[in-house]
Design a binder for this molecule. Structure first.
Ligand SMILES: Nc1ncnc2c1ncn2[C@@H]1O[C@H](COP(=O)(O)OP(=O)(O)O)[C@@H](O)[C@H]1O
Ligand SMILES: [Mg+2]
Length: 244
Protein backbone atom coordinates (compact mmCIF):
# COMPACT_ATOMS: atom_id res chain seq x y z
CA UNK A 1 0.00 0.00 0.00
CA UNK A 2 1.38 3.41 -1.00
CA UNK A 3 1.98 6.06 1.64
CA UNK A 4 0.31 9.33 0.65
CA UNK A 5 1.14 11.47 3.68
CA UNK A 6 4.17 11.17 5.90
CA UNK A 7 4.58 13.33 8.98
CA UNK A 8 7.88 13.19 10.86
CA UNK A 9 8.64 14.63 14.31
CA UNK A 10 6.16 17.44 13.91
CA UNK A 11 6.49 19.98 16.70
CA UNK A 12 4.57 23.22 17.19
CA UNK A 13 4.23 25.62 20.07
CA UNK A 14 2.05 28.68 20.53
CA UNK A 15 3.81 31.04 22.92
CA UNK A 16 4.88 28.84 25.82
CA UNK A 17 2.39 26.12 25.05
CA UNK A 18 3.52 23.05 23.16
CA UNK A 19 0.57 22.02 20.99
CA UNK A 20 2.38 19.16 19.24
CA UNK A 21 5.52 17.33 20.22
CA UNK A 22 7.48 15.02 17.91
CA UNK A 23 4.44 13.56 16.21
CA UNK A 24 5.20 11.04 13.45
CA UNK A 25 2.76 8.94 11.45
CA UNK A 26 1.74 8.15 7.93
CA UNK A 27 -1.49 7.87 6.00
CA UNK A 28 -1.91 5.17 3.39
CA UNK A 29 -3.43 5.93 0.04
CA UNK A 30 -7.11 5.05 -0.30
CA UNK A 31 -7.70 4.57 3.43
CA UNK A 32 -9.57 6.46 6.11
CA UNK A 33 -7.28 7.26 9.01
CA UNK A 34 -8.86 8.55 12.21
CA UNK A 35 -7.30 11.12 14.53
CA UNK A 36 -8.70 11.22 18.06
CA UNK A 37 -7.84 12.58 21.49
CA UNK A 38 -9.21 14.84 24.22
CA UNK A 39 -9.92 18.52 23.63
CA UNK A 40 -6.71 20.46 23.29
CA UNK A 41 -4.72 17.36 22.25
CA UNK A 42 -3.47 19.10 19.09
CA UNK A 43 -5.70 17.46 16.46
CA UNK A 44 -6.82 20.65 14.70
CA UNK A 45 -3.29 22.04 14.90
CA UNK A 46 -2.03 18.94 13.13
CA UNK A 47 -4.57 19.25 10.30
CA UNK A 48 -3.77 22.96 10.04
CA UNK A 49 -0.09 22.17 9.59
CA UNK A 50 -0.74 19.54 6.92
CA UNK A 51 -2.86 22.04 5.00
CA UNK A 52 -0.27 24.79 5.40
CA UNK A 53 -2.13 27.14 7.76
CA UNK A 54 0.83 27.00 10.16
CA UNK A 55 4.41 26.00 9.52
CA UNK A 56 5.93 23.64 12.12
CA UNK A 57 8.69 24.67 14.52
CA UNK A 58 10.35 21.38 13.79
CA UNK A 59 9.71 18.29 11.71
CA UNK A 60 8.61 17.59 8.18
CA UNK A 61 5.53 16.79 6.11
CA UNK A 62 5.68 14.87 2.87
CA UNK A 63 2.70 14.50 0.56
CA UNK A 64 2.73 12.25 -2.47
CA UNK A 65 6.51 12.00 -2.23
CA UNK A 66 7.02 15.78 -2.13
CA UNK A 67 8.14 17.89 0.79
CA UNK A 68 5.35 20.34 1.72
CA UNK A 69 6.67 21.32 5.15
CA UNK A 70 6.68 25.06 4.55
CA UNK A 71 4.51 25.29 1.45
CA UNK A 72 1.68 27.83 1.36
CA UNK A 73 -1.96 26.71 1.74
CA UNK A 74 -2.88 27.39 -1.89
CA UNK A 75 0.06 25.37 -3.20
CA UNK A 76 -0.81 22.49 -0.91
CA UNK A 77 -4.42 22.69 -2.05
CA UNK A 78 -3.38 22.58 -5.69
CA UNK A 79 -1.22 19.57 -4.98
CA UNK A 80 -4.38 17.80 -3.85
CA UNK A 81 -4.98 18.42 -0.15
CA UNK A 82 -8.30 19.91 1.00
CA UNK A 83 -9.60 20.55 4.50
CA UNK A 84 -12.83 21.39 6.24
CA UNK A 85 -12.63 23.55 9.35
CA UNK A 86 -13.75 22.61 12.86
CA UNK A 87 -15.39 26.01 13.13
CA UNK A 88 -17.53 26.42 10.08
CA UNK A 89 -16.06 29.25 8.04
CA UNK A 90 -17.35 30.43 4.72
CA UNK A 91 -17.92 33.58 2.77
CA UNK A 92 -21.15 34.71 4.50
CA UNK A 93 -22.52 37.07 1.85
CA UNK A 94 -21.92 34.66 -1.00
CA UNK A 95 -24.43 32.00 -1.97
CA UNK A 96 -24.00 28.30 -1.32
CA UNK A 97 -23.25 27.78 -4.99
CA UNK A 98 -20.70 30.61 -5.13
CA UNK A 99 -18.89 29.24 -2.08
CA UNK A 100 -18.40 25.91 -3.79
CA UNK A 101 -17.47 27.59 -7.08
CA UNK A 102 -14.63 29.28 -5.20
CA UNK A 103 -13.41 25.82 -4.16
CA UNK A 104 -13.51 24.61 -7.76
CA UNK A 105 -11.55 27.63 -8.99
CA UNK A 106 -9.08 27.58 -6.11
CA UNK A 107 -8.26 23.90 -6.43
CA UNK A 108 -7.61 23.86 -10.13
CA UNK A 109 -3.96 23.85 -11.10
CA UNK A 110 -4.73 23.72 -14.81
CA UNK A 111 -7.08 26.65 -14.64
CA UNK A 112 -10.74 26.12 -15.41
CA UNK A 113 -13.07 28.81 -16.57
CA UNK A 114 -15.92 30.19 -14.51
CA UNK A 115 -18.63 28.23 -16.34
CA UNK A 116 -16.76 24.99 -15.77
CA UNK A 117 -16.26 25.87 -12.10
CA UNK A 118 -19.99 26.64 -11.74
CA UNK A 119 -20.90 23.35 -13.34
CA UNK A 120 -18.52 21.51 -11.05
CA UNK A 121 -20.05 23.32 -8.05
CA UNK A 122 -23.56 22.17 -9.07
CA UNK A 123 -22.44 18.57 -9.46
CA UNK A 124 -20.60 18.61 -6.16
CA UNK A 125 -23.55 20.13 -4.28
CA UNK A 126 -25.78 17.44 -5.78
CA UNK A 127 -23.26 14.82 -4.72
CA UNK A 128 -23.36 15.92 -1.05
CA UNK A 129 -27.16 15.98 -1.20
CA UNK A 130 -27.60 19.76 -0.90
CA UNK A 131 -31.05 20.92 -1.97
CA UNK A 132 -31.12 22.73 -5.34
CA UNK A 133 -33.73 25.12 -3.87
CA UNK A 134 -31.02 26.54 -1.64
CA UNK A 135 -28.16 26.83 -4.15
CA UNK A 136 -28.61 30.58 -4.40
CA UNK A 137 -29.21 31.40 -0.75
CA UNK A 138 -26.50 33.45 0.93
CA UNK A 139 -24.71 31.08 3.29
CA UNK A 140 -25.31 33.44 6.23
CA UNK A 141 -28.96 32.32 6.01
CA UNK A 142 -28.13 28.62 6.22
CA UNK A 143 -28.09 26.53 9.36
CA UNK A 144 -25.02 24.84 10.79
CA UNK A 145 -25.89 21.47 9.26
CA UNK A 146 -26.26 22.95 5.79
CA UNK A 147 -22.97 24.79 6.30
CA UNK A 148 -21.20 21.54 7.11
CA UNK A 149 -22.31 20.04 3.81
CA UNK A 150 -21.34 23.24 1.97
CA UNK A 151 -17.90 23.01 3.50
CA UNK A 152 -17.58 19.44 2.45
CA UNK A 153 -18.70 20.32 -1.08
CA UNK A 154 -16.24 23.23 -1.21
CA UNK A 155 -13.39 20.93 -0.20
CA UNK A 156 -14.45 18.24 -2.67
CA UNK A 157 -14.77 20.73 -5.51
CA UNK A 158 -11.00 21.24 -5.28
CA UNK A 159 -10.69 17.56 -6.36
CA UNK A 160 -8.48 16.46 -3.50
CA UNK A 161 -6.38 13.31 -3.27
CA UNK A 162 -6.29 13.80 0.49
CA UNK A 163 -9.28 15.16 2.36
CA UNK A 164 -8.78 16.42 5.91
CA UNK A 165 -12.00 16.45 7.94
CA UNK A 166 -12.20 18.25 11.28
CA UNK A 167 -15.22 17.09 13.28
CA UNK A 168 -17.70 17.03 10.41
CA UNK A 169 -20.40 15.24 12.39
CA UNK A 170 -20.31 17.63 15.36
CA UNK A 171 -23.72 19.25 15.78
CA UNK A 172 -25.49 16.80 13.51
CA UNK A 173 -28.42 14.70 14.70
CA UNK A 174 -28.26 10.90 14.24
CA UNK A 175 -29.86 10.88 10.79
CA UNK A 176 -27.72 13.78 9.51
CA UNK A 177 -24.69 12.06 10.99
CA UNK A 178 -25.59 8.85 9.15
CA UNK A 179 -25.84 10.86 5.95
CA UNK A 180 -22.37 12.32 6.58
CA UNK A 181 -20.91 8.88 7.32
CA UNK A 182 -22.41 7.42 4.11
CA UNK A 183 -20.99 10.35 2.19
CA UNK A 184 -17.51 9.88 3.69
CA UNK A 185 -17.58 6.22 2.66
CA UNK A 186 -18.67 7.20 -0.83
CA UNK A 187 -15.81 9.72 -1.06
CA UNK A 188 -13.33 7.06 0.09
CA UNK A 189 -14.73 4.63 -2.49
CA UNK A 190 -14.06 7.24 -5.18
CA UNK A 191 -10.38 6.90 -4.29
CA UNK A 192 -9.95 9.93 -2.02
CA UNK A 193 -7.72 9.32 0.99
CA UNK A 194 -9.14 10.73 4.23
CA UNK A 195 -7.60 11.86 7.51
CA UNK A 196 -10.39 12.72 9.92
CA UNK A 197 -10.77 14.11 13.41
CA UNK A 198 -13.92 12.85 15.06
CA UNK A 199 -15.32 12.75 18.57
CA UNK A 200 -18.12 10.27 18.06
CA UNK A 201 -16.46 6.93 18.73
CA UNK A 202 -19.09 4.92 16.90
CA UNK A 203 -18.34 6.96 13.77
CA UNK A 204 -14.55 6.84 13.95
CA UNK A 205 -14.44 3.16 14.87
CA UNK A 206 -16.69 2.13 11.99
CA UNK A 207 -15.03 4.31 9.33
CA UNK A 208 -11.32 4.15 10.12
CA UNK A 209 -8.90 1.53 8.96
CA UNK A 210 -6.33 2.89 11.39
CA UNK A 211 -6.54 5.34 14.25
CA UNK A 212 -3.95 7.70 15.70
CA UNK A 213 -4.41 8.92 19.26
CA UNK A 214 -3.02 12.25 20.46
CA UNK A 215 -2.83 13.31 24.09
CA UNK A 216 -1.25 16.58 25.26
CA UNK A 217 0.31 17.02 21.83
CA UNK A 218 1.94 13.59 21.73
CA UNK A 219 1.03 10.46 19.85
CA UNK A 220 0.21 7.87 22.49
CA UNK A 221 -1.12 5.08 20.27
CA UNK A 222 -1.74 4.00 16.72
CA UNK A 223 -3.53 0.94 15.37
CA UNK A 224 -6.71 -0.67 14.15
CA UNK A 225 -10.00 0.36 15.82
CA UNK A 226 -9.88 -2.92 17.74
CA UNK A 227 -6.33 -2.33 18.98
CA UNK A 228 -7.13 1.24 19.96
CA UNK A 229 -10.29 0.39 21.86
CA UNK A 230 -8.44 -2.18 23.96
CA UNK A 231 -5.28 -0.09 24.55
CA UNK A 232 -5.10 0.71 28.27
CA UNK A 233 -3.25 4.00 27.77
CA UNK A 234 -5.94 5.19 25.36
CA UNK A 235 -8.73 4.11 27.68
CA UNK A 236 -7.12 6.00 30.56
CA UNK A 237 -6.37 9.15 28.57
CA UNK A 238 -9.42 9.39 26.40
CA UNK A 239 -11.91 6.62 25.97
CA UNK A 240 -12.76 6.04 29.62
CA UNK A 241 -16.38 5.12 29.77
CA UNK A 242 -16.96 6.59 26.29
CA UNK A 243 -16.71 3.28 24.52
CA UNK A 244 -17.14 0.68 27.25
N1 LIG B 1 -3.66 29.73 16.93
C1 LIG B 1 -3.43 29.36 18.19
N2 LIG B 1 -2.87 30.22 19.07
C2 LIG B 1 -2.62 29.84 20.35
N3 LIG B 1 -2.88 28.61 20.84
C3 LIG B 1 -3.43 27.72 20.02
C4 LIG B 1 -3.73 28.04 18.65
N4 LIG B 1 -4.27 26.93 18.06
C5 LIG B 1 -4.30 25.98 19.01
N5 LIG B 1 -3.79 26.45 20.18
C6 LIG B 1 -3.63 25.66 21.43
O1 LIG B 1 -2.98 24.45 21.08
C7 LIG B 1 -3.54 23.36 21.82
C8 LIG B 1 -4.09 22.33 20.84
O2 LIG B 1 -5.25 22.87 20.22
P1 LIG B 1 -6.04 22.14 19.09
O3 LIG B 1 -5.11 21.68 18.05
O4 LIG B 1 -7.14 23.05 18.67
O5 LIG B 1 -6.63 20.89 19.88
P2 LIG B 1 -7.78 19.86 19.48
O6 LIG B 1 -8.21 20.14 18.08
O7 LIG B 1 -7.18 18.52 19.68
O8 LIG B 1 -8.90 20.10 20.46
C9 LIG B 1 -4.62 23.95 22.71
O9 LIG B 1 -4.05 24.16 24.00
C10 LIG B 1 -4.96 25.26 22.04
O10 LIG B 1 -5.41 26.20 22.97
MG1 LIG C 1 -9.96 20.64 17.24
Amino acid sequence: MVTLLRVENLTKSFGGLIALRNVSFHVKKGEITGLVGPNGAGKSTLLNMVSGVYGPDYGSIEFNGRDITNASPYKICRMGVAKTFQLVQSFPEMTAHQNVTVGALFGSYKGINLDEAREKASLTLDFVGFSRDKFHNPVKNLNVVELRFIQLARALATEPNLLLLDEVTTGLNPSESKKAVDLIEKIRDMGVTILMVEHVMRVIMSLSKRIIVLHHGEKIAEGSPKEISSNQMVIDAYLGERFL
